[in-house]
Design a protein around this ligand. Structure first.
Ligand code: 7PJ
Length: 260
């Protein structure tokens, strides 16, 4: 899954603000680099980010989604706002990637009324407050219980579980230690029965491990993507698509699954 970022205040420095042509060119680049899904987002969820008004989010998203939805590759939209979900589904998006796991009022209903895929992500609190002393007794169990409860809510609303992806939500209300534990034990979440999506590309947990600034985290990101794939992740949300694909090709050819 290649990231196409339409925010002006992206933490990773890849934001294309409201330049529609530049965003479409970046989407083209991600596709040519080998992405199987394009994930378009127009509201920053960096810690402390100011929420983007719905009209502004739509003004950034709609022209891009409308254009790239015709390319024959699934388009995922990173949004937690039900009205934005409705509007992007109407112009051809096929996956809703919701950092709040459809907890917004009316979000379950919008998804239930369509046949789109959904990513349910775990986040403790919200982007404004999530990094102020995140706390868990057992991070893996608590994230697992949360995702399971969201799966049950989807089922109750008639959203088939085969439409769901699950995401532990690295960096969303988690300390470095929480992120590391949750990464090492992500296999425990496979028992929930839905494919896992993992997004760690350029994130601060990799800065914490390597001491690198955000523009120097590509190697760390690619290695983390390979490890996530080894641990069973089915979708990797990344900035650096070509590099990640090369690494996954090497894993497939030389990894234990092919050498046992
Ligand atoms: C994630 C996301 C993630 C999912 C962002 C960033 C921050 N959606 N949206 N999973 N992160 N599903 O790009 O690092 O980890 S925004």
């Amino acid at each position: 899954m290649g990231i196409v970022n339409l925010t002006p205040d992206s933490f990773s420095g890849d934001g294309l603000a409201s330049d529609t042509r530049a965003a479409i060119r970046h989407a083209e680049f991600q596709l040519a680099s080998g992405a199987h899904i394009l994930d378009v987002g127009a509201e920053s969820s960096r810690p402390g980010a100011i929420p983007t008004p719905e009209e502004e989010e739509l003004r950034r998203l709609l022209p891009v989604v409308r254009e790239i939805a015709g390319w024959g590759v699934p388009i995922s939209v990173d949004t937690y706002k039900p009205a934005v979900m409705r509007a992007v589904l109407d112009v051809g998006a096929s996956i809703i990637n919701d950092i709040s796991a459809l907890r917004g009022p009316g979000a379950l209903e919008v998804v239930a009324s369509s046949d789109c895929g959904v990513c349910l992500m775990h986040m403790q609190r919200d982007p404004q407050t999530m990094q102020l002393a995140p706390a868990y007794c057992d991070v893996v169990r608590e994230v697992g219980h949360f995702l399971e409860s969201r799966i049950r809510e989807c089922e109750r609303m008639g959203i088939d579980t085969n439409r769901l992806l699950l995401d532990p939500g690295y960096g969303f209300g988690k300390s470095l230690e929480h992120n590391i534990t949750l990464f090492c034990q992500m296999g425990a979440l496979s028992t929930l029965g839905c494919p896992l999506l993992v997004g760690v590309s350029r994130k601060s947990m990799l800065g914490g491990i390597t001491g690198r600034e955000v523009d120097e985290r590509m190697t760390a990101s690619v290695v983390a993507a390979v490890l996530a794939a080894q641990k069973g992740a089915k979708i990797l949300r990344v900035h650096d698509v070509a590099e990640t694909r090369d690494a996954l090709s090497v894993l497939a050819a030389l990894g234990d699954n092919n050498c046992d």
